[in-house]
Design a protein around this ligand. Structure first.
Ligand SMILES: NC(=O)c1ccc[n+]([C@@H]2O[C@H](COP(=O)([O-])OP(=O)(O)OC[C@H]3O[C@@H](n4cnc5c(N)ncnc54)[C@H](OP(=O)(O)O)[C@@H]3O)[C@@H](O)[C@H]2O)c1
Length: 349
């Protein structure tokens, strides 16, 4: 039997991706859609500005949107919820839900909280053990598991095999981020067409710290953060979906690009071993053409769950590469769904 799922923020950019990722899922079925007061009580099709290719699924279009309130747990007999709400309201809302049932969040609010797992299943699946600590400390029936910021995930996934094989001294990353990353009402067209905006509020701070938690070690009480520094320069560009990032990594041990390519090509983790439904066969896809990866051409690889990597260069002990990831799939809804699949398979749900 499938688990009944509620989506908080169901009308937004990430909420729509949740609908797309879950609509034919073997373990989850969408039971409740919730959004702000202004949408609550209306049919989904009348309030959601559908931005995905293809039609809105029929059973969703006529569903009535609920207000974001824990009453929906009993009304729809929910087993888990996915959250894609603004961080300014997530503090109370997400903990109210997690008191009762497991919640998988895209929001920044709890990512850096000590007892909350911040997980990329191929990188740090063992961090889910924080769930036990979180539940005991807070006396909750449910729990919160978070996935990283859409920009963090793109470069931290390739950093994992680099860290394991060569060690990392520091990382510099310059990002070119898609418009959907800012939400539907995020960036006015007059500001972005024919332009690049070299500032995204709060983004560089998140990108510089989240990876160190993810690449840190679970020590049975908490996480010992990875001990290298990250400097990020984040830019908004006129692309709809798909974040592109130029990454410069100072490695501790000598390397050859051919070794890096081999390591990336064979990289996989628990989701691939366990054949989780949303796991891409290859989390990292190396592209050899001199002008790839590109967001329009490469963001949908692995159903939007693979990260495309190319443009390798070696300068002494610094490795440069470029990666493209789908920000609302691998960087948001798909990441949460993969976390939920892992938690289910590992018996946390
Ligand atoms: N977009 C990305 O690539 C991405 C990636 C990773 C993480 N995230 C995070 O995911 C969350 C959602 O992002 P998004 O891009 O989907 O934003 P969005 O398109 O602006 O959607 C926001 C959603 O939250 C609802 N909402 C807004 N204000 C609310 C309020 N006061 N009370 C209750 N519900 C409210 C909206 O409902 P109405 O339609 O009724 O207003 C809508 O469903 C954010 O925390 C964002 O930082 C986004």
């Amino acid at each position: 039997m499938k688990l009944k799922v509620g989506i908080l923020g169901a009308t937004g950019m990430v909420g729509q991706r949740f609908i797309q990722c879950i609509q034919e899922h073997p373990c989850f079925e969408i039971s409740a859609l919730a959004a702000s007061e202004k949408s609550a009580g209306s049919k989904y099709k009348d309030v959601a500005k559908w931005y995905l290719a293809g039609d809105m699924p029929e059973h969703i279009s006529g569903a009535v949107v609920e207000e974001i309130d824990t009453k929906i747990i009993s009304k729809y007999d929910l087993d888990i919820v996915f959250s894609a709400i603004p961080s300014k309201i997530a503090g109370k809302v997400e903990s109210d839900f997690a008191k009762h049932i497991p919640l998988f969040s895209n929001t920044a609010t709890y990512r850096m909280t000590n007892d909350v797992p911040l997980v990329i299943p191929e990188v740090n699946p063992e961090h889910l053990n924080l769930i036990k600590i979180q539940k005991e400390k807070r006396k909750w029936k449910g729990f919160i598991v978070t996935n990283p910021n859409c920009t963090t995930i793109g470069f931290v996934l390739p950093l994992k095999p680099l860290m394991d094989n060569f060690g990392i001294e520091y990382v510099n990353v310059a990002t070119m981020q898609a418009l959907s990353g800012a939400g539907y009402d995020g960036v006015p067209s007059m500001a972005i067409i024919d332009n690049i905006i070299p500032f995204i509020r709060g983004e560089e701070e998140k990108v510089e710290i989240e990876g160190l938690k993810i690449l840190g070690k679970f020590n049975n009480k908490g996480i010992d953060f990875a001990d290298f520094s990250v400097i990020a320069a984040c830019n908004r560009i006129p692309v709809l979906d798909g974040h592109t990032e130029s990454v410069f990594v100072k490695l501790k041990n000598d390397f050859e690009i051919t070794d890096v390519i081999k390591i990336f090509n064979k990289f996989g983790g628990v989701p691939q071993e366990m054949k989780l439904p949303t796991a891409p066969k290859r989390p990292l896809i190396v592209l050899n053409d001199e002008d790839r990866p590109q967001p329009r051409l490469d963001r949908d690889r692995g159903n939007g769950m693979s990260i495309s990597v190319g443009r390798f260069k070696k300068n002494k002990d610094v490795l440069k590469f470029t990666c493209v990831s789908h920000n609302t799939i691998r960087g948001a809804a798909g990441a949460s769904v993969l976390n939920a699949e892992l938690a289910l398979k590992k018996g946390w749900i």
